[in-house]
Design a protein around this ligand. Structure first.
Ligand SMILES: *Cc1c(COP(=O)(O)O)cnc(C)c1O
Length: 388
């Protein structure tokens, strides 16, 4: 079956009611007919549901779909993207281990890496997302256990060569863990490029309508088993209700991503020579510094692009205040287009130097392109640019 068919047809078995749409299994636990069946379930001899912190039909359906879409062996869904990231670290890293990560990271991931891992004796080093593979190689230590990257990165949209990183990781017996939130499995397949694990914030494009939080980790069976046991005991389980929403969302992910990407591609073309803008960055724009890598590993350019305002910080704030339709909100990956100005908001606490190191310039604007008509999105952006 094609991926879009799998995303639509993977389904919990019908109940006796013969429903067409999957019901929501809002139950904390599951019953057994006999003590023997219950014993066998607890002994892992069957995969019967026991308790929704361990497994639940809706959560399993969502997980099965992502496993199929990402081409993974197994998966576990979590309450948020951050619990997926944290679970993938804590289940597989131990005191004395070293994590090698790209410097440009989602804010809370950066906080876990720099503020919390050290509490458990786990070291880290950062490599710039734009560095070549030799730089990564130089930073591998005897105790390096995992390489962690986002590609495209947030918000600078830098592209890392996943295949090259996978080859490097495997040469050194290191796990490659990729946050595939920005691209989605319809934009990029890290496992096919050699990644061992893929994490997602399902809150973004996977839901795609800004309704629920969710996360998921997929990858090699033996790694997922460790993550499952860690999560089963520590409790970041995804709610069945959210899983139901997310599973339904996946049925339209392919068509949504196609439109998000085609809208973004068209808008970027119209804006790239605008007089108030010094540069536009989009993975599939030939001026992107890692355009060749993007073309090689991505199936489309995705729904996010950014541009640099000539007027810097003040122009950034003025731009946001001048928007009439685009939303000013701390999210991305929605049917509604969203604009953000990292230097005055999400990354305002960083020093100028720290911002530069992760490609955040004072006038950087990030646009998450929605599903509104592309002309309306462009019209709002250009009228706000005119107003600066
Ligand atoms: C949002 C996001 C996360 C965190 O996900 P939540 O669902 O908000 O916990 C992790 N990585 C990336 C790239 C994100 O954009």
């Amino acid at each position: 079956m094609h991926p879009n068919t799998k995303a639509i047809r993977t389904q919990v078995n019908k109940t006796d009611e013969m429903e067409h749409s999957v019901p929501i299994f809002l139950t904390s636990s599951f019953c057994f007919d006999t003590s023997e069946e219950m014993r066998a379930a607890f002994a892992d001899e069957t995969d019967d549901n026991i308790y929704s912190r361990f497994s639940n039909p809706n959560v399993q359906e969502f997980t099965d779909k992502i496993v199929a879409l990402e081409g993974a062996e197994a998966g576990y869904a979590t309450a948020s993207g951050m619990s997926a990231v944290f679970g993938s670290f804590m289940a597989l890293l131990k005191s004395g281990d070293h994590l090698l990560s790209c410097r440009a990271l989602f804010g809370s991931t950066h906080n876990i890496v720099t503020k919390y891992l050290s509490k458990y004796g786990i070291e880290y080093s950062y490599v710039d997302a734009s560095a070549n593979i030799d730089e990564w190689k130089k930073n591998i230590k005897p105790n390096t256990r995992m390489i962690y990257v986002e590609s495209p990165t947030n918000p600078g949209l830098e592209i890392l060569d996943i295949k090259a990183l996978a080859d490097l990781a495997h040469k050194h017996n290191v796990i490659l863990n990729v946050d595939n939130c920005f691209a989605t499995p319809f934009g990029q397949l890290p496992i096919s490029l050699g990644a061992d694990l893929v994490v997602h914030s399902a809150t973004k494009w996977l839901d795609g309508q800004g309704r629920v939080l969710g996360g998921v980790i997929v990858g090699k069976k033996e790694l997922i088993k460790e993550i499952y046991l860690f999560c089963r005991n520590t409790g970041p389980a995804l709610s069945p209700f959210n899983a139901w929403i997310l599973s339904k969302s996946l049925e339209t992910l392919d068509v949504r991503m196609e439109r998000h990407a085609s809208n973004a591609t068209w808008i970027v073309e119209q804006l790239k020579d605008h007089k108030k803008i010094s540069s536009v960055k989009y993975p599939f724009l030939s001026s992107h510094p890692q355009f060749e890598i993007a073309k090689k590993q991505m199936l489309n350019g995705g729904g996010l692009f950014c541009f640099e305002l000539k007027g810097g910080l003040e122009a950034g704030k003025k731009f946001l205040d001048s928007l009439k339709m685009l939303s000013m909100t701390a999210n991305l990956g929605d049917t509604r287009s969203i604009a953000s100005h990292p230097a005055s908001t999400t990354h305002a606490k960083l020093t100028e130097e720290e911002r530069q190191a992760v490609a955040i310039t004072p006038g950087l604007i990030r646009i998450s392109v929605g599903l509104e008509h592309r002309e309306d999105i462009l019209k709002d952006i250009t009228q706000a640019l005119d107003n600066i």
